[in-house]
Design a protein around this ligand. Structure first.
Ligand SMILES: O=P(O)(O)OC[C@H]1O[C@H](O[C@H]2O[C@H](CO)[C@@H](O)[C@H](O)[C@H]2O)[C@H](O)[C@@H](O)[C@@H]1O
Length: 253
């Protein structure tokens, strides 16, 4: 089971630091992880998303999948305690990401409501609290900074500009990496990966599942959208219900 965090396990809120996961959702994720290997795949840095989820038996892929770590507590899905970092394909970018974080923080400071979040291997420039008339000016500021950094690219999420290394690595690669690390890449008959996410960056993972012809992507959205996912749920509360139902069906097996 692969789960995105913001907009999937928690409702979208104005302040990124307040996107706390409910105890009921934590129970639902814990329940799923008892039956299936489970990973959180987030744009946030890994430590931050772990501090929200607080379940040591899960895999965590932070920074849009560029920082992957195995469970710190033994679960029945891991043979040994796997505390080591498994994959950090963008580690060479750490100094440049820090430098751009400082520059963007200074350059966006005059725009009320704009904030820059350091997600270790990538950055998020938030404009949810910026007046709509200023969105363009903010994006121009960000693009003018990035002109000096051709090795970084800009993508867009939910009222957020995401800056990340121009390497060929996204949530889809993270999904493939985890399936391979868990020894599930070649077991077509018994493995059914499910990826649940709400944002454009999750589309990379939905596409991977489609190209594998295995498993399903589930888009979390209240409105119909063009997507590579096969199914949809409207909001995090429906995700929670889906996870609970999955556990109940497994218990009946
Ligand atoms: O991959 P995700 O786990 O979905 O992370 C994507 C971004 O999510 C967060 O921003 C979004 O949620 C915030 C809290 O609800 C909201 O204020 C913001 O407008 C959304 O874009 C997170 O803060 C970003 O760093 C993540 O990249």
């Amino acid at each position: 089971m692969f789960l995105d965090y913001d907009g999937t396990l928690t409702p979208i809120v104005k302040d990124p630091d307040s996107a706390v996961m409910s105890e009921e959702m934590r129970d639902a994720v814990r329940g799923v992880a008892e039956h299936f290997p489970t990973a959180i795949v987030s744009g946030r840095c890994r430590d931050k998303v772990f501090n929200f989820v607080k379940l040591a038996e899960l895999y965590y892929a932070g920074s849009h999948g560029m920082d992957i770590k195995g469970p710190t507590a033994q679960s029945k899905h891991t043979k040994a305690k796997a505390e080591a970092v498994l994959c950090q394909p963008a580690s060479a970018f750490l100094p440049v990401i820090d430098e751009v974080y400082r520059t963007l923080t200074a350059r966006t400071a005059p725009i009320p409501g704009a904030t820059v979040e350091n997600n270790k291997f990538c950055l998020s420039v938030h404009f949810r609290c910026v007046q709509e008339e200023k969105w363009r000016a903010l994006e121009e500021q960000v693009r003018s900074v990035l002109k000096e950094y051709p090795d970084l690219r800009l993508t867009k999420g939910r009222k957020v500009l995401e800056i990340r290394p121009s390497i060929e690595w996204d949530k889809g690669n993270a999904l493939q990496f985890l399936l391979e690390s868990l020894g599930f890449a070649d077991s077509n008959d018994n493995v059914f990966p499910i990826y649940i996410g709400d944002d454009r960056t999750d589309e990379d993972a939905f596409k991977v599942l489609r190209s594998m012809g295995q498993g399903i992507g589930i888009l979390v959205s209240k409105i119909p959208k063009e997507t590579a996912a096969s199914y949809s749920l409207r909001e995090p509360s429906e995700v929670k219900e889906f996870l609970r139902k999955l556990v109940r069906s497994k218990q009946r097996d």
